[in-house]
Design a protein around this ligand. Sequence first.
Ligand SMILES: [Zn+2]
Length: 134
Amino acid sequence: MEISNEELIKKAAEVAKLKKVSEDVRIGDVGCALVTDNGNIHLGVSIHACCGIGFCGEHSAIASMVTNKEYKIKKIVATTGDGTILPPCGRCREMIYEINEENLDTEIIVEKDKTVRLKELLPRRWQETWDLES
Ligand SMILES: [Zn+2]
């Protein structure tokens, strides 16, 4: 039984619990839940730190996924603690793609009842452009 958008959104929101761990570092502004092609769920939270050393919720969910030797994302969502959905930033879109090129078909939840494929959010690959010029 495939997990519903609503359940995945709920899991992301459940881990998005803001915690200030030091003067400059906040954890959990954003939570992320993804389900792999094998049906396994991985969760992650953002780390907001100064000097650009933090990362998005998607990054930590993907880190959990690859730690478990999985690379193909069926569906992914990031939210704030109240369940507000945040589409992935450009860096995360690129990371999802680079982990596995087949992730261009990953469903990204952009609204409660709406998903788009990664390829719709990342329509022109920079490698393709580079190849054309060589
Ligand atoms: Zn991001």
